[in-house]
Design a protein around this ligand. Structure first.
Ligand code: GN1
Ligand code: MG
Length: 362
């Protein structure tokens, strides 16, 4: 791997002497490495090298084109803020595609990330960062972006896929997951409500991030404020409720996404309040009434949708998400279902919290 990474850095014309690399193990699809170079004057400089998962991103060049467009757009509006800069090869491409894979390289921003965040000020700051991302792109022409993963948050289609694959049962695993399937299909209408509203023209398409996990926010080590949001691979036209909901299902859960302590999974309403505060403050004045009405539901929708995706991957032989042990996707499914069940119980409280912030900032 050393040689491959070193060659990739050469391809991106990184100046100085290659010293070392380490893998950054966050993320369920791509492979990410931090690489350190020594420059001619002796200073050390780090970069991030990433191998894009081309099973997931079937059209990686379109992914890069989307990212370039939106990072340039944001940089023009906020030139002095930290942001991702993708390096170019000699032939002016932002990627290298060879027999070792599809690679890109960008600046390393000194910062830290957190998978579980109980510092409520940081959670609010993350909410502001995702809200701001949404707002900075609110006048960007969403139709100029490629839909790099078609129907990514089309919950109706996700359910159809699960239904079809569980009928085919290619690995004989369906007998283990009867309860999970039954529960997921029992809440299908509610889980598909946002997609239904989009299909009937009740919700506008916006430029959305589509992977708003709190570990996709870089925080400043000293101030603990959000510096920027990262992981722009899934930036596409989408619904604001998806971005809000995905953030909620990840950040508010008492346990990690793949915890086996299902009985402890659930929404921490303090974290919910903190994130909603930051996000709604940034976005409230540019969202429609219908969009605002979907926010509290969003977490439930995304928890159910991701459950269908994890469960479908389990049933079809774990081809999509990286797994660390054989039933990892089943554990992830059960944890998301437990979270979604708790969200149903707390829906009234979540709606009230959202309404109060809307009143406060509108
Ligand atoms: C994947 O790899 P990562 O963490 O960026 C997935 C998201 C899921 C997430 C669940 C392109 O994101 O949609 O919510 O795992 N990304 C893609 O942890 O499918
Ligand atoms: Mg991602």
């Amino acid at each position: 791997m050393d040689k491959t990474i070193c060659d990739i850095c050469k391809g991106f014309k990184i100046p100085g002497t290659y010293l070392s690399y380490e893998e950054i193990t966050v993320g369920n699809v791509n492979k990410t490495y931090k690489v350190t170079y020594q420059e001619a004057n002796g200073t050390l400089k780090s970069y991030v090298v990433q191998q894009l998962n081309t099973y997931v991103f079937k059209n990686p060049i379109q992914v890069m084109e989307n990212i370039e467009k939106i990072t340039e757009y944001i940089r023009e509006k906020k030139p002095n803020e930290p942001s991702l800069h993708f390096h170019h090869t000699l032939d002016r491409k932002t990627y290298i595609h060879d027999k070792t894979g599809f690679w890109r390289l960008f600046n390393f921003i000194p910062s830290f990330t957190c998978d579980v965040c109980d510092d409520l000020k940081m959670v609010t700051s993350a909410g502001e960062a995702f809200g701001e991302f949404q707002m900075l792109l609110s006048d960007f022409d969403a139709s100029s972006l490629y839909e790099t993963i078609p129907d990514f948050h089309n919950t109706i289609k996700r359910y159809e896929t699960l239904e079809k694959d569980s009928k085919n049962d290619p690995f004989g695993r369906v007998k283990e997951v009867g309860k999970e399937l039954e529960w997921l299909f029992s809440v299908k209408d509610k889980a598909c409500r946002m997609t239904e509203m989009k299909n009937t023209g009740l919700l506008p398409l916006r430029v959305t991030h589509n992977d708003t996990k709190i570990n996709n926010v870089l925080f400043d080590k000293n101030t603990k404020k959000a510096l920027t949001v990262i992981d722009l691979d899934t930036v596409m036209p989408g619904l604001v409720g998806h971005d809000f909901g995905d953030a909620i299902r990840f950040a508010t859960n008492y346990v990690e996404e793949d915890s086996k302590k299902y009985e402890e999974a659930g929404v921490n309403l303090d974290v919910f309040t903190a994130f909603s505060h930051g996000f709604i403050k940034q976005t409230v004045n540019s969202l429609t009434e219908n969009e605002l009405s979907t926010l509290a539901l969003g977490g439930f929708v995304l928890a159910c949708e991701l459950s269908t995706r994890f469960l479908d991957d389990y049933i079809t032989g774990d081809r999509y998400f990286k797994i660390l042990y054989p039933d990892h996707n089943l554990v992830r499914t059960r944890c998301q279902i437990a979270l979604a069940k708790d969200m149903l119980k707390k829906m009234g409280s979540m709606e009230k919290i959202v309404e109060d912030f809307i009143k406060q900032y509108k």
